[in-house]
Design a protein around this ligand. Structure first.
Ligand SMILES: [Zn+2]
Length: 68
């Protein structure tokens, strides 16, 4: 199978950094599931809400804290 040519605009280091950020977010989400704090805002502790979690399952801040 032939690999598609990578977009020359995308630097592999940038992709790697983005993947690491994503992994850290997944890691934190798993930890929060374990602690039972998943679905709560990291900042103010209020419920993130199903809509927000459906849109972004890795969200850690509620809409108002996220915007702040
Ligand atoms: Zn909040």
């Amino acid at each position: 199978m032939e690999h598609p040519h990578p977009d020359p605009q995308i630097d592999p280091a940038t992709l790697l950094a983005a993947a690491e950020v994503e992994l850290a977010a997944i890691d934190e989400t798993l930890r929060r599931l374990d602690e039972g704090t998943y679905g709560r805002c990291k900042q103010c502790g209020s419920d993130l809400g199903d809509d927000r979690l459906a849109a972004d399952p890795l969200a850690v801040l509620c809409a108002s804290c996220h915007g702040a």
